[in-house]
Design a protein around this ligand. Sequence first.
Ligand code: AP5
Length: 197
Amino acid sequence: QLNQKHMINLVLFGKPGAGKGTQAQFLKEKYNLMHISTGDVFRFNIKNGTELGTLAKSYIDKGELVPDEVTIKMLQEEVEKNSDADGFIFDGFPRTAAQAEALDNFLESKDMSVNATIALEANDEILIERLLERGKVSGRTDDQDVVKIRNRFDEYNEKTTPVKEFYEAQGKFHSVNGIGTITDITERLTKVIEGLK
Ligand code: AP5
């Protein structure tokens, strides 16, 4: 299932708090991949007071998705900036069917493709616990109250679930249990990735 350039391009999928960012840190080292987290890019822009940051903040603070047009453009720029990478981990993107289609078309134009989308599965109670805990130390405004967290889950259920169907139809969707130690979960992900080779 690897593409012409023998790259590994992975989409890490899952609800807020599922462990996408945590696992990406390990996988990027192991497979020498460029990690692109759209949430991190937005937070970087917010911190630096850019125009994009101001716009993104107005959505993120409410636990809503940033509009597709803005997010897709930003993601494409991040890929372009790292065009010499051996492959990518897309973390937090795509989050809507329109984003998934845009990613496919964009990668195809570069003779690349998504090899696999791997979902980290965990129940809402565990996710809420993890996010509230993180909110205490990280200062992330969207982690600090249950109403915002639940809104992020609602956005996921409504807008992001179709992304699963999009990749299932391509035979590229995999899921692993996202509960357990971080090391155990990395092993589960590694098994899926090794199966792609
Ligand atoms: P984003 O930053 O992507 O947030 P998220 O999807 O809500 O994901 P999180 O970072 O909360 O969770 P994660 O799955 O990465 O888990 P993590 O590893 O950090 O997006 C934020 C916002 O930006 C969105 O709401 C939206 O507004 C906007 N946005 C971003 N992308 C967008 C897009 N494509 N389109 C439109 N808008 C977009 O782990 C969570 C916590 O759990 C950590 O504290 C971690 O230490 C802990 N943890 C991890 N693994 C374990 C484990 N195995 N056991 C116990 N604790 C664990």
